[in-house]
Design a protein around this ligand. Structure first.
Ligand SMILES: C[S@@+](CC[C@H](N)C(=O)[O-])C[C@H]1O[C@@H](n2cnc3c(N)ncnc32)[C@H](O)[C@@H]1O
Length: 248
């Protein structure tokens, strides 16, 4: 997903409720923090507010533009601690290591489950000894379905109102899901609405695929949950949430 026109709406539909989980883990460590797929900096700014130095990488220029706008307009007091880098999590080298590396809101859930190995290898290369690597993905149960969501409504500054619909289509032949997202924005004083379409694809990721890729990357799974309240993962869980570290 490019987020080219929809980055401006991203935070308005934040129903993920996962920032407290990542902020809590960050607060238990000391040292620099790296987010893979940082998007608009939704979680990153909360961690920076703890007094931590944070770096966010993302391959969407539009999402990073939005993150930098927020840094300038909403977080000027902590801007010196927040760095954003345009980079692909499959191939990047920042030349530094971090105490906490994380990827929130299924940022590692690319169109191919095979990408996990490379992403985790890069995460491992940027993780300090004793550091924590955390991420979440949507669980297979929620991915292997064809369904539609919405409409959801959000209010934006200036009296603007945006409505979002999501269509999710599961393709068993490739074990992937495609998303079609439609935003309709009403701007006060105008009779016509603005329409924005986004499409994207994501692979189904199983606990087994995660275990295999984590081992490949020389990491070890320390905790695995099925939700951000730390309930254990079962086949009925909405998410797979993992905390990992360097292996022996
Ligand atoms: C669902 S958003 C999550 C954003 C943020 N982590 C959050 O929780 O609000 C996924 C983000 O991952 C980014 N992303 C996807 N694939 C990426 C890749 N290969 N390298 C870097 N960023 C990527 C997208 O551009 C997007 O900003």
């Amino acid at each position: 997903m490019s987020y080219e026109e929809s980055a401006q709406y991203y935070d308005s539909f934040d129903t993920k409720g996962n920032s407290a989980f990542y902020v809590d883990i960050a607060s238990r460590s000391e040292g620099k923090v790296l987010e893979l797929g940082a998007g608009t900096g939704r979680v990153l700014f909360e961690i920076a507010a703890l007094g931590r130095e944070v770096v966010g990488i993302d391959n969407s220029p539009a999402m990073l533009r939005e993150a930098k706008r927020k840094r300038r307009e909403d977080h000027a007091d902590i801007c010196a601690r927040c760095r954003f880098v345009l980079a692909d999590m499959l191939s990047f080298d920042l030349g530094e290591r971090f105490a906490f590396v994380y990827a929130a809101s299924a940022a590692v859930q690319t169109p191919s489950a095979d990408d996990l190995r490379g992403i985790f290898r890069n995460a491992a290369d940027h993780l300090e000894p004793g550091g924590v690597f955390a991420f979440d993905v949507a669980a297979p149960r929620t991915m292997r379905r064809t369904e539609a969501f919405g409409p959801e409504r959000a209010e934006l500054p200036g009296g603007r109102v945006v409505i979002r619909f999501i269509a999710q289509t599961y393709r068993p032949s490739t074990d992937t899901v495609s998303f079609d997202i439609l935003y309709k924005e009403h701007i006060p004083g105008r009779t016509s609405t603005v329409t924005v379409n986004e499409t994207g694809q994501a692979a189904v990721i199983t606990p087994e695929a995660i275990e295999e890729a984590i081992e490949y990357a020389g990491l070890r799974i320390n905790e695995m949950y099925g939700d951000f309240d730390r309930t254990p993962y079962t086949g009925k869980s909405p998410y797979i949430v993992v905390l990992a570290g360097h292996g022996e």
